[in-house]
Design a protein around this ligand. Structure first.
Ligand code: F6R
Length: 608
């Protein structure tokens, strides 16, 4: 989703803006632009397409100056085009704005401003902001921005410049992420830390409803009412190298290979002497006893992790768990009581629907536990308790290591609840923990056979449609495998509960249609095999995924078998998803797609 970078300091801002925007490319975008104060005034350059297009324009005619704002746009209002790209300016071209989010009442404001003489050139909601600020300006840009924000409804983060006060950069955050980087004689704004990490590790994270005024030697944080805020600076201790490709062809492949480490880091010191230690959460055994039901809420891949989480908690703790897609949750009038524990799952911690669900849950009096990968994210800050997944920065749009780390977080939390409530005895807990601790090595063993998946993927990539089937936890993984394939290879696929196929979908099985069948779930395996036979009898071409030891039997029913190291059925998703990630990756490559930046998608979805 849109990315914002801003700079004020002693260097040439154009270079900093472009390098920052490059670090934000992973969020997904369709156009880019910059505005810089040059000797000629506030100059804007913007272009539809990849950053390289903008760079080629800037090479022809550089914009030299020490203060500027930059933006990568992911279209919401108005198609991707040069004119709809940000920054946007007012009629006099003296004010320039970059924006992430949506202004809900923009049409109303647009009519009012147009009636007063503003000349609109784009279809965007953002352009309204530059005209609005210009119309409210009375010699003080901070006050004009504050007044403008009061008139705007929606979710947004802004970077604002005006030629009238060329030493100042104003930043605003209302529900879309924005951070401030603090340097020596230079300061920065960015949608995310990697955008500025090359230049500084000292960061302020703006909260909703806050703004910042930056000059080259000073940063002032304040409320929208102008009350100055003092805040401790956050020191970033991770390295940019960890956010770079480290020799892999793509971020996705690198992140798939980082999973053994992500598992180890997420378990880390949370396991000691055969017990789970979750010091970071404040839920006492007494509070856990009060929990009557659990709601898990998330979007996309994180939702699929939540489906696994539901089975894990129900099996280990024996309390009812519902898993909801966040965009549906708050509109379905869910029954949330003070004894409901709501678990929100979000890699980025900034997903608008998930954040809205979190707020709704809190409004209804529930305690909220967040599972997130980003320390200091909105979800992390607003939840009562947080389990951080230590997957490290995930850059590829398609989530891999964040998903599997979310699974690890669910295993830990399920075990913790069962242990603290005395529902499972210590021998059982220790057995599951021992199996958990083997997972990193088992993942590594699968990764070493990545070439097998390349062969399958090259076959699959020739088809336009396929199916994923499984029962129980295999079905939850099938959903994730199907999503991954769709998003990066653009091959249509559907995931089905294997027993449900014959209730309609079997009509679509015809000669050679690829079917990915997962069968790792103990007593359900035989039933899945029957469903596989229903498929092969109709010409389906089946790739079976089973535990080592079951491959001989499975080979009788399928065209190819891939065996994963054996673990407890409850933990199977943490292994069986790995070959499916690789399958999607190689299918995407075989089709010549941009693996890390699939079309139409954004990494961090900060609009509803
Ligand atoms: C798919 C994918 C998305 C995200 C979803 C939620 O690979 O990454 O489906 O899982 O947009 O994002 P987060 O986890 O950041 O809330």
């Amino acid at each position: 989703m849109c990315g914002i970078v801003g700079y004020v300091g002693y260097r040439n801002s154009q270079d900093i803006l472009i390098s920052g925007l490059r670090k934000l490319e992973y969020r997904g975008y369709d156009s880019a632009g910059v505005a810089v104060f040059t000797n000629a005034g506030l100059e804007v350059k913007k272009a539809k397409g990849r950053l390289a297009v903008l760079e080629s324009h800037l090479e022809e005619r550089p914009l030299n100056g020490g203060i500027g704002i930059g933006h990568t746009r992911w279209a919401t209002h108005g198609k991707p085009s040069d004119v709809n790209s940000h920054p946007h300016t007012d009629t006099s071209s003296k004010f320039s704005v970059v924006h992430n989010g949506i202004i809900e009442n923009y049409l109303e404001l647009k009519e009012e401003l147009a009636a007063a003489g503003a000349k609109f050139v784009s279809e965007t909601d953002t352009e309204v902001i530059s005209h609005l600020i210009a119309s409210l300006y009375e010699g003080d840009i901070v006050k004009a921005v504050q007044k403008a924000v009061k008139r705007m409804r929606g979710a947004f983060a802004l970077g604002v410049l005006t030629e009238h006060e060329p030493e100042k950069l104003v930043a605003v955050r209302l529900a879309s992420p924005l951070i401030i980087g603090v340097g020596e004689g230079e300061n920065f704004i960015g949608s995310d830390i990697p955008a500025i990490l090359e230049y500084t590790r000292n960061v302020y994270i703006l909260n909703d409803g806050e703004m910042a005024v930056l000059t080259k030697n000073d940063v002032t944080l304040m409320t929208m009412e102008g009350n100055v805020i003092s805040r401790e600076m956050f020191h970033v201790d991770w390295d940019l190298v960890t956010a770079e490709k480290a020799g892999f062809d793509s971020f996705m492949l690198k992140e798939i290979h980082e999973q053994p480490k992500a598992y180890r880091d997420t378990m880390g010191s949370r396991i000691a002497d055969g017990r789970v230690v979750l010091k970071e959460i404040g839920l006492s055994a007494d509070q856990l006893k009060q929990v009557e039901r659990v709601h898990i809420v998330a979007c996309g891949t994180a939702y699929h992790a939540g489906l696994v989480g539901k089975s894990v908690i129900e099996k280990l703790v024996r309390i009812p768990v519902e898993t909801d897609v966040a965009s549906e949750y708050r509109y379905r009038d869910p029954i949330i009581t003070p004894n409901t524990l709501v678990i929100v799952v979000s890699q980025s911690g900034e997903t608008a629907d998930t954040l809205a669900a979190l707020r709704e849950a809190k409004r209804c009096g529930a305690r909220v536990l967040a599972i997130t990968n980003v320390v200091g994210s909105s979800v992390a800050r607003e939840a009562d308790d947080v389990i951080t997944t230590w997957a490290g920065p995930e850059i590829a749009v398609a989530s891999t290591k964040a998903y599997t780390s979310q699974l690890i977080a669910f295993y830990l939390f399920g075990l913790y609840m069962a242990q603290e409530l005395g529902i499972r005895d210590s021998a059982y807990i220790a057995e599951v923990i021992a199996a958990l601790e083997q997972l990193p090595e088992q993942v590594q063993a699968i990764l070493e056979r990545a070439e097998d998946m390349k062969v399958y993927a090259e076959q699959v990539a020739k088809h336009n449609s396929l199916f994923f089937i499984g029962r129980g936890l295999d079905y939850a993984v099938a959903l994730e495998g199907s999503l991954k394939l769709k998003e990066i290879s653009y091959i249509h696929s559907e995931a089905y509960a294997a027993g449900e196929l014959k209730h309609g979908t079997l009509a679509l099985i015809e000669d050679d249609i690829p079917v990915i069948a997962l069968a790792t779930q103990g007593e359900l395996i035989e039933k899945t095999v029957s469903n596989i036979k229903e498929v092969t009898a109709r010409g389906g071409y089946v790739y079976g995924f089973v535990f080592e030891g079951d491959e001989g039997e499975m080979a009788k029913s399928v065209n190819h078998v891939f065996a994963i190291p054996r673990t407890l059925p409850l933990l199977a998703p943490a292994l069986s998803v790995i070959p499916l990630q690789l399958l999607s990756y190689y299918a995407s490559l075989a089709r010549g797609n941009d693996v890390d930046k699939p079309r139409n998608l954004a990494k961090s979805v900060t609009v509803e």
